[in-house]
Design a protein around this ligand. Structure first.
Ligand code: NDP
Ligand code: 2IT
Length: 445
């Protein structure tokens, strides 16, 4: 790493002790930015990096609620409003027991660059709670969401901060959150949240957008080698919103998705995952992948273990951070891997990324490859602002244009900085320069 940046990195790490995921995300970005600072010494003079690493605002709050047995439960809520140089803070809410400040900050930090890459007018933010929705009734989830919004509402708004979904937060949760926001503020302010239901201000394609976008980005990478999804053997991790829609899109392009996972195990389905059955089990019944395997029949379900033990030509990690380590990466490379598209945020460890890049595997980092979700959220905001709603076809066309544009921006930036095919460098520099220019123009704030 560039020596000037090393000193800034050390200060950032020391100022934010115990936040391993945030450190990892910061270091990964800093490693790309040396050459930018050679060309733009003004960024150093204006302390752009120091400012970028310090969130504009961090909110931590108590979320009290009662469970179905009448017992009082207390969770912790977070919203980190990281950077508003390009637009209102924008990013999802994650409900998962592992959530703490370091996770929210890593996600918020990555979101700044991702959102810049989309070309849409959105800043970076992220939030969530250590609430575990697993096994909770609808009524419990509703009471939790209402309590969460009773504090959050004062910090958000169409022009201020626009949350959406992430792990553990989908259409059901956005509905309860929106209802409570509307009730407290007495405003039907559609643009305050995205991922809404289609009849009350949501956008077609938003539910599919992250998974579809990941596949579109990966298809663009494959094209640079004269290849495509047609005939590929694909492994996807996770079986939530991003994973299911990535599976659907990859198979619609002629690939066979032979395995997917949840946090309990993975299924190997050599005939190709049955997407309709997977949706029924996971989205309608909120069941487990084991239930899919039992209902599907003729497939193998592996309790525990790693889905990355299954050979693939294309890997789409769509579950969570650091789920794919250096050993798993080396195994996948030995199995004939051509490309990785990250549907999740930071799913590959730093070792894994190095293994992929050294082996010449096409590697699309999450902040580029999974940007279709937030980009379509921005399209939802556009529709809300104009009180309009677009067709599925039109919205999907816009998503495709945006993903092809992000691929182009990453690839051309990597070329410009003398590292063709390095999408990590391209995404980090491409996102950073846009935000840094805007921060310079807006003065010392
Ligand atoms: P969901 O909650 O719909 O699904 C998450 C999936 O990942 C589930 O299958 C879950 O398994 C698995 N998973 C979650 N945590 C872990 C863990 N600690 N270990 C193993 N498996 C785990 O979330 P999404 O599909 O929305 O999100 C998946 C990833 O995509 C996240 O990294 C998220 O940040 C990222 N992302 C999401 C976007 C969106 O629009 N939703 C946009 C861009 C990125 P189980 O059910 O067993 O918990
Ligand atoms: O990580 C992400 O980009 C998301 N969870 C989606 C954020 C959004 O505002 O749609």
């Amino acid at each position: 790493m560039d020596a000037r940046l090393e000193a800034i990195r050390d200060t950032v790490l020391a100022r934010n002790p115990g936040e391993a995921e945030f450190h990892q995300a910061v270091v990964e970005v800093f490693e790309s930015l040396g050459p930018v600072h050679d060309r733009h010494p003004e960024f150093l003079e204006a302390a752009i990096l120091e400012r970028l690493c310090e969130p504009e605002r961090q909110i931590i709050f108590r979320v009290p609620w009662t469970d179905d047995a009448g017992r009082v439960q207390i969770n912790r809520g977070f919203r980190v409003e990281f950077n508003s140089a390009l637009g209102p803070y924008k990013g999802g809410l994650r409900f998962h027991p592992s959530v703490y400040l370091g996770i929210v900050k890593f996600l918020g930090f990555e979101q700044i660059f991702k959102n810049a890459l989309t070309g849409m007018p959105i800043g970076g933010g992220k939030g969530g709670s250590d609430f575990d929705p697993r096994g909770r009734s609808d009524a419990e989830v509703m009471r939790f969401c209402q309590s969460f919004m009773t504090e959050l509402y004062r910090h958000i708004g169409e022009y201020t901060d626009v949350p959406a979904g992430d792990i553990g937060v989908g259409g059901r949760e956005i509905g309860y959150l929106f209802g409570q926001y509307k009730r407290i503020t007495n405003r039907y302010e559609s643009g305050v949240l995205t991922g809404k239901g289609i009849s009350w201000g949501g956008s077609l394609v938003r539910p599919e957008a992250t998974g579809f976008g990941t596949v579109i980005f990966t298809q663009e990478m494959l094209k640079t080698r004269g290849s495509s999804f047609d005939g590929q053997r694909v492994v996807v991790s996770g079986s939530g919103n991003v994973a299911i829609n990535a599976i659907a899109k990859a198979q619609s392009l002629g690939a066979t998705v032979v395995a997917c996972s949840d946090s309990s195990g993975y299924v190997v389905d050599e005939a190709g995952i049955d997407v309709a059955l997977l949706r029924e089990v996971k989205e309608v019944e909120r069941g487990r992948l084991k239930d899919y395997a039992e209902r599907r029949g003729g497939v193998s379900y592996v309790d525990g273990g790693s889905v990355w033990d299954v050979d693939a030509t294309v890997a789409l990690p769509c579950a969570t951070q650091n789920e794919l380590d250096g050993d798993a990466a080396a195994r996948l490379v030995r199995g004939g891997l051509l490309a990785v598209g990250e549907g999740a945020n930071m799913p590959s460890t730093r070792d894994a990324v190095a293994v992929f890049q050294d082996a010449g595997v096409l590697f699309g980092p999450g902040k580029a490859a999974n940007a279709g979700g937030v980009a379509t959220s921005a399209l939802e905001m556009q529709q809300n602002a104009s009180r309009d709603s677009w067709s599925f076809e039109h919205t999907e066309e816009r998503l495709t244009e945006i993903m092809v544009g992000i691929h182009h921006r990453c690839a051309s930036t990597a070329d410009e900085y003398g590292q063709p095919g390095n999408y990590v460098l391209g995404a980090n520099i491409g996102g950073f320069v846009k935000v840094a220019d805007a921060m310079l123009a807006q003065g010392l704030i």
